[in-house]
Design a protein. Structure first.
Length: 510
């Protein structure tokens, strides 16, 4: 049979009245598929043989459920039962006989294919211009596990998986409010990846929701395999090193964002979700901040902001000061640096770059190697190679300390995408400090500040509340560097719709 496609690369065929025509179409589409399971039954009714055809994909489908709800009723329980015509057979099978709840009717072959490729079972009846789709999914997936990149000492221990429905269920488990909506769709012509927008209907701005949906439908691509690919397609300023969309693997963090009026994008086959819009300070926030006492959470945040500045500026400042302004250092410290570098033949810039690249290589090797081996390479490799480099007079001990402190500080930033940005900027500051000294460092900081001030994330200024703080009467500072006690944060952030920002109303009246 000739298979025709429309402009969207979708099969443009209806479900035929003739069962044989439907079988021919499916045989043509699934030719060469070794994991397709298909079965044809014949039911005798008033001297007529009525054909029934079922099809599903082995490995994506619960075979026991198919046998219990479809095969067994057709082969045994239907014998001797009366029916008049093939249409009545379809209606009886759909409404009375099939022992399942999640069933739908579809009238196009493309809708049938979408369902079968997701793990559903399709049932065709001779003489009926529609197919029955039975939800029999049993997708291969792992169990809910601990967060790997956003681990904490307090709070829930579950994390998102690659299963779309489990991820939405983890959010539903935390927010039991009928106002939390889920809009689903597909992206990617060939992968047809399922995505969902989860939000609070009364908190989210309709314009924000419309803008996100417009972005998701503004491109045409073969496939989306992870939310990271989708992130790059919906970012407004793709050339910026700073992420304008937040990712997380923690359901509690995503649920908190939804209750703030933000939108969470759940993507099938991805163990992370997207949170948007976002601001600069949300990347410094960790789930532990809200489970610890406010003083502890505030202290941790101060350390993270300090760590960000150390990561970006410390190596560049070391080069700028030692090369251009050694007189600003105490005499004893200058002598210590000179003594440490007495046998080193490379310039300070080459020395710092050599150690920075070495640590980046060790970091990348630790990520790629499995589990315990990766940890061993990271620790042992850093100690052995660093010590060997010092003994071989390739680098000085001061440089090892500076680079190690910068690397440790980068691990203190709770978001990996954000930390990677600071690691890149570190090399820019090293180059500026080597060429123009402290003037170069100040120029680099000024350029970064101007760029950050120009960024927006779906209409929200990236540097809120440092810029346009008067929009929400400076309330953004209550959850900025200092995390105030929960009972003092009466209103939601400016992400929420005006008139719906109240979240804490004090003690209940008896």
């Amino acid at each position: 049979m000739q298979i025709t496609y429309n402009k969207k690369n979708e099969i443009d065929l209806p479900v035929y009245e003739s069962l044989q025509d439907n079988i021919d179409a499916l045989e043509s589409i699934f030719a060469g598929w070794g994991d397709i399971v298909k079965k044809r039954f014949i039911i005798e009714r008033e001297g007529k043989n009525i054909g029934i055809y079922i099809i599903y994909i082995d490995g994506l489908t619960d075979n026991e459920m198919v046998e219990r709800t479809i095969t067994r009723p057709l082969m045994y329980e239907w014998r001797g039962r009366s029916a008049t015509g093939s249409a009545d057979v379809f209606d009886t099978l759909f409404h009375r006989q099939t022992e399942a709840v999640d069933m739908v009717e579809k009238e196009t072959i493309m809708d049938v294919l979408d369902a079968v490729l997701k793990g559903d079972t399709a049932i065709f009846v001779d003489g009926a211009k529609k197919a029955m789709l039975l939800s029999t999914k049993k997708l291969p997936t792992r169990a809910v596990n601990f967060p790997q990149k956003e681990a904490g000492l307090k709070g829930p221990r579950d994390s998102f998986l690659e299963n779309f429905r489990i991820n939405t269920a983890l959010l539903r488990r935390r927010i039991k409010d009928p106002k939390m909506k889920l809009k689903q769709g597909f992206v990617g012509q060939r992968t047809r990846t399922l995505y969902g927008l989860m939000y609070m209907e009364d908190l989210v701005y309709p314009s924000l929701l419309e803008n996100i949906e417009k972005k998701l439908h503004s491109f045409d691509i073969d496939g989306i395999l992870d939310c990271g690919m989708l992130l790059h397609l919906i970012e407004e300023k793709w050339y910026s090193p700073f992420p304008q969309v937040q990712t997380t693997e923690r359901p509690d963090k995503a649920a908190s964002a939804i209750m703030e009026g933000r939108v969470v994008v759940v993507v099938d086959n991805s163990p992370e979700v997207l949170i948007l819009p976002t601001t600069w300070n949300t990347f410094f926030q960790a789930a532990d901040d809200y489970y610890n006492r406010f003083a502890v959470g505030t202290f941790a945040r101060i350390l993270r902001y300090l760590a960000a500045f150390i990561t970006v500026l410390l190596p560049g400042l070391y080069i700028a000061i030692t090369c251009y302004y050694p007189q600003v250092l105490p005499a004893d410290f200058i002598l210590a640096i000179a003594g440490a570098r007495s046998n080193v033949t490379f310039p300070i810039v080459v020395e710092v770059l050599l150690m920075e690249l070495l640590f980046e290589l060790l970091r990348e090797a630790g990520i790629r190697l499995p589990g315990q081996m990766g940890n061993t390479i990271g620790v042992v490799g850093g100690l052995i190679v660093g010590q060997s480099a010092v003994e071989a007079s390739l680098v000085s001990t001061i440089v090892v300390i500076v680079v190690a402190l910068s690397a440790i500080a980068s691990f203190s930033i709770p978001n990996e995408d954000f930390a990677s940005t600071f690691r890149l900027l570190k090399f820019v500051m090293i180059a500026l400090g080597a060429v123009w000294g402290l003037y170069g460092i100040m120029l680099g900081v000024l350029v970064v500040q101007i760029h950050l001030a120009s960024l927006e994330s779906f209409g929200i200024p990236y540097m809120m509340p440092l810029v346009s703080g008067s929009i929400d009467n400076e309330e953004g500072y209550q959850d900025y560097v200092m995390r105030k006690p929960v009972f003092t944060m009466y209103n939601r952030p400016l992400f929420a719709r005006r008139g719906h920002r109240r979240r804490f109303r004090g003690k209940k009246e008896d």
